[in-house]
Design a binder for this molecule. Structure first.
Ligand code: BGC
Length: 854
């Protein structure tokens, strides 16, 4: 039997409201038969239909869609076994090109000092509906982050709407159903905090980045049962005040909420009209909203010497507390947040200037409080101002609402914990945009961190809408000369925009990882001009290095982060490894560009980038090595990159791999790679005859290593391998570095306990331990080639792809016999390579193999 188990519109399986004029449809098939392929599908939307043998991202090309309409989507699928399946779903259009009748409103007299976050603005609209309501829909957005309450009921489940975008270019609006909340007499209250647009952001505490003060835009469409309609819009009839219960809201410093303040007792004035500084497109939410994903209870608590009651949630994550309180009028409760404890107190030095506090002022009686205008990265919460019997504390895990699609487990519990840490690194840092860390005074969309983590992230999560949104901002913010900002959206970041390796290469590495995982050619097409412009810029900068012909393809200028965060080194040393890292990343980007050009059928470009790659490879060999595979300046990353990026011939490969192994041995079996080399070091070993050495490195549990962090009790991935030292103390060395140390000793004041970059090792768990690797977009074709080792007795990985679930599970029956179970989705082909060298081409279904090992 053939079954259509899921249809997605613009990558959403339900509640899709889109302003996309050509929505895209994908569907998933299931069958109880083997070797099932789709022979034909007919997809219909209204009177448009298309016959295709494609399952992913089928683009609607019918008549122009009308605003605010529901469209039915029907999918008919036929397979090669003579079966047929049918399913349908629907989506709604947003306003499409319809202009807004609502006006941007604000309090025009509100003044905000530099560097501060604003007092949250409260807007109020009272209105009546005198007839029977059939439906009511609210469309809204803000400069700042907003919360809606209609007749004392919170509307929607979103946090931090409208989300973080490149506000000068595009802003999302949200759509909420008010039908069941409307009464005859209505009061709509909207609280708008500073958020990213107005509030203090970046470690330099820039504010008013996209607007001088908060603003709100809204339209409420009411349809009555008698067939009449009404639209209520934001305008000067709305009231505004800064005297509401939210006294403060800021990403880094937290929130202050005074529950004794009653909205009917404060001073209100008429709202005034404003405009965004530029003319952004205002589009129906196309990214993923941030929502509560999990509620956590403390696993323990104790009274610290300082008098604070400290609660341990057992996991480092992003979110907010929720407290149920028996309080007294004007009682002030303070919640402080930290990732780690030191000497049984919260350790907050690593948060740098971020206060990470919430203050709540009680009224008499039972009440609940949970911050809405901030989020924290924490595991521990210190509470003061209340006896522990009068408070019950829980925590809400917040992140963008993506689906978790991948899983990995094996017989080694330490590796399982590592996998959990990698996932939590992703979850904590995918909060509307991909951030470097969720806790200190940063939380920015650093591009390089995602460049290296994107592939691992795409195994674990379906990030399609999340990344589409971020990449659109990248496109908007790319410089005319092709440079890619270091952080996206820039939102106050003051780094010049330039072409820089790894960080800038994100314009290729990130969409490529997402394309392989989900198969969206549209994404490649949209990003291709960005990629080409960036590659042009790289070529220009590389040509400036030297007049010597063979050095013209060494990429040194204008600036690179080099071997960022390499253990036991200073910033100066990381940066000094710039041209090796940059040239290798460039060669890899040339390779990926030739692949992407091939997929997009850009024949000239295929030729161009293939040749350019050859030239860059040659330059690397000629300038940095003795041509036999020995580097003149040796460091691990400089061997890892040419090995993994296939920049060398077979003889050089052998020598380089051997040299890498030697360097690791010389370092007592430890890695010495930074952000740019760490993701690939295990591949560089395992794919070049050193599988045992790769497993040894993975299993190493002294510092620096992945399992050292696990052994030290880490529940996420750290920025510094030695964030917690072997003696249990915290690495404060870099926090104490003075500015005058900058060049010589400073390693950046960076001790985040939740930085996903080094979690990029997750890629190796999926691609080598269980051996699942996409060969074409969306896993239409993929490899399964598990690599057995490390004393593991079993490993199992699975990924819910757009075609269906892939599983690879192996068990060692004894030292020389292996059982393997694989699951291949309908309409895909898998190339299986067993550890004994046997090869099979498999169509869909479940298979079991037994093989003898050497
Ligand atoms: C961030 C990093 C980032 C780096 C680049 C740091 O402050 O936390 O993850 O990539 O800066 O300089």
């Amino acid at each position: 039997m053939l079954n259509i188990s899921r249809i997605t519109i613009d990558s959403l399986s339900h509640d899709c409201i889109t302003d996309n004029k050509n929505p895209v449809i994908s569907f998933t098939l299931e069958s109880d038969e083997m070797n099932v392929e789709l022979t034909k599908a007919i997809v219909k939307i209204n009177d448009w239909e298309i016959e295709t043998n494609n399952q992913l991202y089928i683009r609607y090309e019918g008549k122009e869609l009308s605003p605010f309409k529901e469209y039915e989507v029907e999918v008919n699928a036929y397979d090669n076994k003579g079966n047929y399946a049918f399913a349908k779903t629907s989506f709604r259009t947003g306003r499409l090109d319809l202009g807004w009748k609502g006006q941007w409103i604000t309090d025009g007299s509100y003044q905000l000092n530099d560097k501060d976050s604003p007092i949250p603005m409260v807007f109020k609209k009272e209105f009546r509906v005198d007839k029977k309501v059939e439906s009511a829909t609210l469309l809204s957005t803000a400069l700042g982050i907003y919360e809606l309450e209609l007749n004392h009921t919170k509307i929607g489940e979103d946090y931090f709407a409208p989300g973080f975008t490149s506000y000068d270019h595009q802003i999302q609006y949200q759509t909420y159903d008010l039908t069941s909340t409307l009464k005859e007499k209505n009061t709509l209250i909207v609280t708008v905090g500073g958020g990213w647009a107005v509030g203090s952001f970046t470690y330099k505490r820039k504010n008013k980045v996209s607007a001088d003060r908060q603003a709100f835009l809204c339209e409420i469409y009411v349809s009555y049962e008698d067939g009449s309609n009404e639209v209520i819009v934001s305008d000067t009839s709305w009231m505004v005040s800064e005297e509401g219960p939210h006294r403060f809201g800021d990403w880094y410093d937290g929130e202050v909420y005074d529950s004794t303040i009653q909205l009917d007792k404060i001073n209100w004035k008429s709202a005034s009209i404003t405009q965004p500084r530029k003319k952004p497109r205002i589009m129906a939410q196309y990214g993923l909203p941030v929502r509560v994903q999990e509620v956590k209870l403390p696993i323990s608590s104790f009274l610290a010497k300082s008098g604070e009651m400290i609660y341990d949630f057992g996991q480092n994550f992003s979110g907010v507390i929720r407290a149920h309180i028996k309080g007294q009028n004007n009682q002030k409760i303070t919640f402080r947040h930290a990732e780690v404890l030191y000497q049984d107190e919260l350790f907050v030095e690593s948060l740098r200037t971020a206060k990470a506090m919430a203050e709540y002022i009680c009224h008499d009686g039972d009440q609940s409080y949970s911050p809405k205008l901030t989020s924290m990265g924490f595991r521990y919460v210190g509470v003061s101002g209340i006896n522990s019997e009068n408070i019950e504390l829980e925590a809400l895990v917040l992140h963008s609402d993506f689906e978790e699609i991948g899983s990995f487990k094996c017989s080694n519990e330490m590796i399982n914990q590592l996998q959990s840490n990698i996932r939590w690194g992703g979850k904590s840092n995918f909060l509307d945009i991909p951030t470097d860390c969720p806790q200190r005074d940063e939380r920015e969309g650093w591009t390089g961190d995602l460049s290296v983590f994107a592939s691992t992230a795409c195994f674990n999560f379906d990030l399609s809408r999340f990344l589409d949104k971020w990449l659109l901002d990248m496109k908007s913010e790319q410089s005319k000369g092709g440079g890619i900002p270091m952080v996206i959206p820039r939102g106050g970041d003051s780094w010049p925009i330039m072409a820089t390796s790894c960080w800038g290469d994100s314009c290729i590495l990130v969409p490529w990882a997402e394309y392989l995982a989900r198969g969206d050619m549209g994404l490649l097409r949209r990003q291709y001009p960005v990629m080409k412009k960036f590659m042009k810029a790289v070529e220009f900068w590389a040509s400036l290095f030297s007049i010597r012909r063979d050095q013209r393809h060494i990429w040194k200028y204008p600036f690179h982060f080099g071997d960022w965060c390499a253990p036991d080194e200073t910033i100066k040393e990381w940066l000094s490894k710039d041209k090796w890292v940059a040239t290798a990343y460039w060669a890899n980007s040339c390779y990926l560009m030739s692949e992407i050009a091939r997929i997009l059928d850009q024949k000239e470009d295929v030729k161009y980038f293939t040749q350019l790659r050859e030239t860059v490879n040659k330059a690397f060999i000629n300038v940095f090595t003795d041509s036999k595979g020995n580097l003149q300046r040796e460091f691990q990353t400089a061997y890892v990159l040419p090995l993994h990026f296939n920049m060398i011939n077979e003889d050089q490969r052998k020598v380089m791999a051997k040299n890498l192994v030697k360097l690791i041995e010389k370092n007592n079996g430890h890695l010495a790679t930074g952000f740019t080399g760490t993701p690939y070091i295990l591949f560089a070993l395992s794919d070049n005859g050193y599988l045992d050495e790769a497993y040894k490195l993975l299993l190493k549990d002294t510092c620096p290593s992945w399992l050292y962090e696990v052994k030290a009790g880490g529940t996420t991935i750290w920025e510094r391998w030695d964030a917690l030292k072997e003696d249990g103390t915290i690495n404060t060395k870099s926090l104490q570095a003075k500015d005058s140390d900058k060049k010589e000793k400073n390693d950046g004041g960076m001790v985040s306990f939740n930085h996903y970059a080094n979690g990029a090792v997750g890629d190796w768990l999926y691609k080598r331990v269980v051996g699942i690797e996409p060969l074409s977009g969306g896993y239409k074709t993929f490899k399964i080639a598990p690599k057995i080792g490390g004393g593991l007795t079993f490993a199992e990985g699975s990924i819910k792809t757009r075609f269906g679930k892939i599983t690879s599970r192996w068990d060692l029956v004894d030292q020389s016999t292996l059982n393997l179970m694989v699951e291949i989705p309908v309409n895909t082909t898998s190339y299986l390579e067993l550890p004994n060298g046997d090869k099979h081409t498999l169509g869909s279904g479940k298979y079991h193999f037994t093989c003898k090992l050497d």
